[in-house]
Every structure is written in structure tokens, then in C-alpha cells.
Design a protein around this ligand. Structure first.
Ligand SMILES: Cc1cc2nc3c(=O)[nH]c(=O)nc-3n(C[C@H](O)[C@H](O)[C@H](O)COP(=O)(O)OP(=O)(O)OC[C@H]3O[C@@H](n4cnc5c(N)ncnc54)[C@H](O)[C@@H]3O)c2cc1C
Length: 364
């Protein structure tokens, strides 16, 4: 008999399992994959290069409580993520900053500053209704086409005009030369990798983990009082309101017998017919190795559910599932898939820490 079953051994499941275990609860974690860590899982590839199996994961946060919590389970390697975009056959800094514009338009075009440059190009739209309008209002049609239109269409399988403005509003435009991708106070990679961090997170006498186990296959046999579900909420309810769409990815791996092949960790490829971006992991992990491994990401409609799609139609369907969930007193839904929200790692940890406090107050 377990006090609590948690479905999913990702960062959400791990944070909640640890908190409840430390509060004296006996916790069973059920994970259908063969490993803990969810999409943040990393491992050495066949050549011994540490890679992130489900795409590059950079930890960044402004939330001190999240930083302190995870720091109990890992030391950190300071790391500042930088991205270049291949545009007009050049590699230019992304997000767009002053230097990006100078490289594309020349120093003279920027002599009145970035704001004046963009003011002359942007389309005045006070209340952008979708991602296309959001970018046109920020940078105008040419930069929209070069950096955003095809990248967004590939990434999401929808035209930017069919996506929420929040999708592109996450990406700033800078009037200075700051070429950091994230500007959060804490930016780092786990010093020994994510998997080592996850091993310590789950390592508690009150936590039992069953790998290679789908909840659907064991839900009848397990005795428990309460359940936390971090898998896809629509699957839990047998898709009664129809499936929530997820965007997936295929990964194309390439090993090179050279120490490094890219100037920075990630290169965005807006104009490539298939890939969205390529990432060379050694920049992020700091691993010393004579070879290097690069992954190219190819967005796909089918496969593991990686990205909830932020759009008006999916918001409505999501709301119906969340309303259905609110009728269940012994089951709660957390995480990127449980809430169907585009959460970063720090956000799922913050949500889990806050959720733990709320559930304890309810007597969980
Ligand atoms: C390509 C990509 C890149 C990303 N990059 C970053 C980044 O750079 N920085 C950042 O902060 N965030 C990044 N993220 C987001 C990050 O992956 C998530 O915030 C985080 O992993 C969410 O954790 P989670 O536990 O909620 O979900 P997940 O990691 O998805 O874990 C859920 C787990 O539940 C399991 N599960 C589902 N259904 C069942 C079932 N029925 N039975 C048993 N187990 C089940 C799954 O196998 C999975 O392991 C990225 C995400 C992707 C896809």
C-alpha cells in the first residue's frame, strides 16, 4: 500500500516524489520509459559523448527557491547559452540584437539606433492577435520572413497566424549587443549531467521507482491512496474530448572525429527545408573529448508528445480536460503534459514545490 503514486519520472514527478518522501509519505513512481529524468534525460552516446536524448536542455531561472532546491542534488557548471541563426547565408546572433542588424544591413543603417531602425519597419498593431501579427508588430515583414515565418511553421506544423502571440513573444529583440539567449540570473548545466542529478533526486528510502511500466498496465493492481499524474492529461481521460495535439521531434545524430564543429552550441536554420536547428552538446556540457556529436531536430506530428501547442482551439480543449480533472478528489495533474502548458524546467519545479505545499495543507 502506497500513500501516493506518481505517474512519470520526469522533473515534475521527481520533485513531487522527493518532497512527499521527505514528509514521510511512501511514494511509488511509475515510469513507462527505461530511465528516470523525462525529457531532460542525458547519457553518453556510442562514442562516449554526453548528449541529451530528447533535445538540448539548458537550465536557467530567476527563481531562487528552484535553484536552491535543485542545488541539493547537483553541483553546477556555469554556462551561458548562445545561438546563431543562418540567415541570408550568414551566421548572425539570435535573438535579434544590434549586432544582428549591423551584420545584415550594415553599420550605417543602424546609426540612429535599433529602435529607429525597427520603427521604420514594424507594422503598427496595438493588439496582435496571433504570432504572425506579434512579430510583424515587433520587427516588420523582412525580419519576420527571414527569422520567424518558416522556422515557426516547421516547428509547430501551423502557420504563425494560427498560433498564440505568446509563442513568439517569448523571444526578445535587443537594442544592444547582448547575445545571451537567456538573461536569467541563474544559468548553468548540472556538473555531472542531468541523469546524475535525477539519480540523487529519486534516491530516498521512501521512494520506489518502477521503470518500463505504463500506468495503464498496472493501475488495477497497485494499492494507493492518492495519485499524481504527470503524463498527458487527455490520455488519462481516454481522450473523451478529443486528443490534445502535441508537436514531436525526430532527431538526426551525427558524430564527428573532430573536437568541435560549430562556433556555438545551437545554430537555428530558419531556411532549411527540414531541420529547425542543430546543437553540439560539448559547448554546453564542457566535456573534453577528441570527437563531438551534433543533433539536428526535425519537427513531426507523430511521436513522443514534446510540445503542447499554444493556440485558441487547444486552449478550449485543455480547459475542458482541466474542468474534468477538478472533479477528482484523489488525483491531481502536474507538469508540462499534465497541465498541457509550455513549461520550462524551472517552471515545472516551481509548480511542483508550490503544489506540494498546497496538497500538504489539504492533508495529502
Ligand atoms: C526538445 C525540448 C527541449 C527543451 N529544452 C529546454 C531547455 O533548454 N530548458 C528548459 O528549462 N526546458 C526545456 N524543455 C522543457 C523540459 O523538457 C520540461 O520542462 C520538463 O522536462 C518537463 O518535465 P515533466 O516531468 O513535466 O515532463 P516530462 O519530462 O515529459 O516527463 C513526463 C514523464 O511521464 C512519463 N509518462 C507519461 N505517460 C505515462 C504513463 N501512462 N505511464 C508511465 N509513465 C508515463 C513519460 O515517459 C515521461 O518520462 C525542453 C523540452 C523539449 C521537448
Amino acid at each position: 500500500m502506497y500513500d501516493l503514486v506518481i505517474v512519470g519520472a520526469g522533473l515534475t514527478g521527481g520533485t513531487l516524489a522527493r518532497c512527499f518522501a521527505e514528509a514521510g509519505r511512501r511514494v511509488l513512481v511509475v515510469e513507462k520509459r527505461s530511465h528516470i529524468g523525462g525529457n531532460a534525460y542525458d547519457e553518453a552516446d556510442d562514442h562516449g559523448v554526453l548528449v541529451h536524448r530528447y533535445g538540448p536542455h539548458i537550465f536557467h531561472t530567476n527563481d531562487e527557491a528552484v535553484w536552491k532546491f535543485l542545488s541539493r542534488f547537483t553541483r553546477w557548471r556555469p554556462y551561458t547559452h548562445r545561438v546563431l541563426a543562418r540567415v541570408q547565408d550568414r551566421l548572425v546572433p539570435f535573438p535579434i540584437n544590434r549586432r544582428t542588424l549591423v551584420m545584415l544591413y550594415g553599420e550605417e543603417a543602424l546609426n540612429k539606433g535599433v529602435k529607429a531602425f525597427l520603427d521604420a519597419r514594424r507594422i503598427p498593431l496595438a493588439h496582435p492577435r496571433n504570432a504572425e501579427e506579434q512579430v510583424l508588430a515587433a520587427v516588420g515583414p523582412e525580419l519576420y520572413e527571414w527569422f520567424f515565418r518558416d522556422y515557426t511553421r516547421k516547428q509547430w506544423g501551423r502557420l504563425p497566424r494560427d498560433l498564440s502571440p505568446l509563442v513568439t513573444a517569448r523571444i526578445p529583440v535587443r537594442d544592444n549587443d547582448d547575445d545571451r539567449y537567456f538573461t536569467d540570473r541563474f544559468q548553468a548545466m548540472p556538473a555531472e549531467g542531468y541523469h546524475a542529478m535525477f539519480r540523487r533526486l529519486f534516491d530516498h528510502p521512501n521512494i520506489t521507482v518502477w521503470l518500463n511500466t505504463s500506468w495503464n498496465d498496472v493501475s488495477e493492481e497497485v494499492h494507493f491512496r492518492r495519485l499524481i499524474y504527470t503524463g498527458p492529461i487527455d490520455a488519462f481521460f481516454d481522450h473523451i474530448f478529443g486528443p490534445l495535439p502535441y508537436r514531436s521531434l525526430k532527431f538526426q545524430w551525427k558524430h564527428h572525429e573532430e573536437p568541435t564543429v560549430q562556433p556555438v552550441a545551437t545554430i537555428n536554420e530558419p531556411a532549411h527545408p527540414v531541420f529547425t536547428r542543430t546543437t553540439e552538446f560539448k559547448h554546453m556540457t564542457g566535456q573534453v573529448h577528441p570527437g563531438t556529436t551534433v543533433v539536428a531536430e526535425i519537427p513531426a506530428a507523430d511521436g513522443d508528445p514534446y510540445y503542447p501547442i499554444p493556440a485558441p482551439d487547444t486552449n478550449d480543449r485543455r480547459a475542458r480536460y482541466l474542468a474534468e480533472a477538478s472533479h477528482l478528489s484523489a488525483v491531481r495533474f502536474f507538469g508540462r503534459l499534465g497541465q498541457y502548458r509550455y513549461f520550462n524546467m524551472d517552471q515545472v519545479v516551481a509548480e511542483a514545490l508550490e503544489g506540494f505545499r498546497a496538497l500538504r495543507a489539504e492533508g495529502w
